[in-house]
Design a protein around this ligand. Structure first.
Ligand code: SF4
Length: 380
């Protein structure tokens, strides 16, 4: 056990050398409390559907790796401010990827760090075995990070690190080494309710409990029509949403630029909305493929770009929107474009909706056209 104590210290030292901002150690015991919470979430219909594995796999590390003794949690801080911001204005509107998808896809960066830790331990411990995951694995990154003392579990459901706020990426590694666990931190929200008050959809149904089906960050990643009641709330976000983080006092002034890979290219994280409407698959992949925000492909991004253009009532977008409404093979894009034309309200757009209604076959698209025509229209 003493040997593992010094190994733990060596590993902590090594983690600093390879640029891991925080590391913590947790037991590999079952996450009993999480299990009942996940069951409740599922029964209430609050799950996102993106979760991997059964509830048992997500809460019992030993099911994932027999012989599991500990879990190592890591955190990397990401930047929150653009160094060379780009202007967005009338005729040249820009959308916004949320901060968590700036720079190179964090899954890749954290997996690389975890591999380095794995190699470090493999060289020193005969019979070492481990299983690493970042976000898309069965384990809850947040539950592990909380248990390992990386931060406390906050009312906005994020892990808040005393130093980095909630602007951290999390990953973990189950190991067969019985490292001494670190202590969880005390809850730090106190009587604050800023995130719950600021959430525009009421997705934070109670402190620490999220209805993913109402969460705008989740909804930007869906591929169907965005529910009507949420379209006016997204603003210019085309991927993710982060008001519940932005308003948090723990995030005030937090802006760490520790990792070159996470440095955002302003032209990519705030792309011109009009350019997104006509981008080819190949070009989308070339430009955005390295960002985590591209994982669902270009359709949700284009749908959200159309909604953002409608939010701005961007007259300069009318011709392109008409073209999409008339010719795009994807009903979600045709319909959302029709709705946006109605919201923008330019007479040429309205006339185009009426004309397209005569030939449109899809009921869902026709419904969007009718919604578009229901907006007050400009008089020529
Ligand atoms: S905004 Fe307030 S309640 Fe919400 S996570 Fe931050 S400290 Fe906690």
């Amino acid at each position: 056990m003493l040997a593992y104590q010094s190994l733990k210290q060596e590993l902590i030292q090594y983690s600093k050398e390879i640029g891991i901002d925080q590391i913590g150690f947790a037991s590999a015991d079952d996450f009993a409390e999480l299990k009942s919470r996940l069951q409740e979430q599922q029964e209430a219909g609050y799950a996102s559907g993106f979760e991997k594995g059964t509830i048992e796999e997500r809460t019992e590390p030993n099911r994932l790796m027999p012989g599991a003794e500990s879990i190592i949690a890591i955190a990397l801080a990401y930047p929150t401010r653009l160094k060379n911001d780009v202007k967005s204005g009338k005729g040249n509107r820009r959308g916004m990827f949320c901060r968590a998808s700036w720079g190179t896809d964090y899954h890749l960066v954290l997996q690389e760090k975890l591999s380095q830790l794995t190699n470090f331990l493999t060289e020193r411990v005969p019979g070492f075995s481990s299983l690493s995951m970042v976000d898309t694995g069965e384990l809850s990154d947040r539950a592990v990070a909380e248990r390992a003392g990386i931060g406390f579990s906050a009312k906005n459901t994020f892990i808040i690190s005393p130093q980095f706020g909630s602007y951290i990426y999390l990953g973990e590694m189950i190991t067969n080494i019985p490292f001494t666990p670190d202590k969880p931190l005390a809850e730090g929200c106190g009587s604050c309710t800023k995130c719950l008050d600021a959430c525009p959809t009421g997705a934070l149904v109670e402190p620490g409990r999220l209805n993913a089906q109402q969460c705008l960050a989740f909804l930007t990643q869906t591929k169907g029509f965005l529910p009507d009641e949420h379209r006016d709330k997204l603003g210019n976000f085309i991927y993710g949403y982060e008001t519940c983080q932005v308003v948090c006092p723990y995030n005030r002034g937090v802006d760490y630029h520790h990792h070159e890979q996470f440095e955002p290219d302003p032209d990519l994280v705030k792309p011109r909305l009009l350019d997104l409407l006509t981008i080819s698959n190949r070009e989308f992949k070339r430009k955005f493929g390295k960002m985590s925000g591209s994982w669902r492909g270009k359709k949700p991004i284009q749908r959200n770009a159309i909604i953002a253009l409608a939010h701005y009532k961007e007259v300069a977008a009318v011709d392109q929107l008409i073209d999409l409404m008339q010719h795009d093979p994807r009903p979600v894009i045709r319909g959302t474009a029709a709705w946006a034309l109605g919201k923008i309200g330019e007479p040429s757009g309205i006339a185009a909706i009426r004309e397209a209604m005569e030939t449109e076959q899809e009921q869902e698209v026709l419904a969007e056209m009718r919604k578009g025509l229901a907006y007050p229209q400009k008089v020529e």
